[in-house]
Design a protein around this ligand. Structure first.
Ligand code: 5GP
Length: 189
């Protein structure tokens, strides 16, 4: 997606440790027109797959996931990082290792929002080592739902995630693929 690449080059900051900071349009401030374009693009790439639900994880996956849900006309569920007292007791859970925080934590989805009839598209902001995507896929499996594919806004292709998802035969679509962040320089694949 050219517009996304342009935004990454204009606003993205390549930090040490292979981390890309995109606080200006995705992870803190959010650009609605860009989110809308991304949602339309994910919908185009997964069209004809009879998707019934979008699944993401809070918080930065929510904006692109909502726009994809809008384009496909389906609801969006986000896995929560904390069990809120308003949540049902009946939950699907997965432990996910956070790439940016370096610690593992539990994620929760209420069972009433994911069931065996669902055809699920997972959306997330970044793909690094694939842990968030795999954790979400685990919850889809626990619900006996069908995983249709995974849509990623920014794939860091120099990390393991893409290879792991490909080896599992998961249809993965990334809107921007980054080959390297070496020397604090952003290079696309
Ligand atoms: P993974 O689970 O694939 O190792 O990492 C993906 C998750 O970690 C994403 O949900 C995202 O929140 C975070 N993440 C991974 N790499 C980056 C990065 O370079 N920049 C930012 N802002 N978040 C990242």
């Amino acid at each position: 997606m050219e517009k996304l690449k342009e935004m990454i080059l204009t606003h993205g900051i390549a930090l040490d440790g292979g981390i890309l900071k995109v606080d200006a349009f995705l992870n803190h401030q959010i650009s609605p027109p860009l989110m809308k374009e991304m949602g339309d693009e994910f919908a185009r790439r997964f069209q004809g797959e009879s998707i019934t639900k979008i699944l993401t994880v809070e918080s930065s996956g929510i904006a692109p996931a909502v726009m994809t849900g809008l384009a496909l006309g389906v609801d969006v569920v986000f896995a929560r990082k904390k069990k809120s007292f308003t949540m049902d007791d009946s939950l699907y859970t997965a432990r996910i290792m956070s790439f940016t925080k370096g610690e593992e934590s539990e994620f929760y989805i209420s069972k009433k929002f994911l069931n065996a009839d669902d055809k699920v598209l997972i959306i997330d902001d970044f793909l690094a080592n694939g842990q968030a995507s795999l954790g979400l896929a685990e919850m889809v499996a626990k619900a006996s739902a069908t995983l249709v594919g995974i849509g990623i806004v920014i794939e860091k292709s120099f990390q393991n995630g893409r290879k792991i998802l490909d080896e599992k035969g998961i249809h993965t679509e990334s809107l921007a693929r980054i080959k390297s962040l070496d020397n604090n320089t952003i290079t696309f694949l």
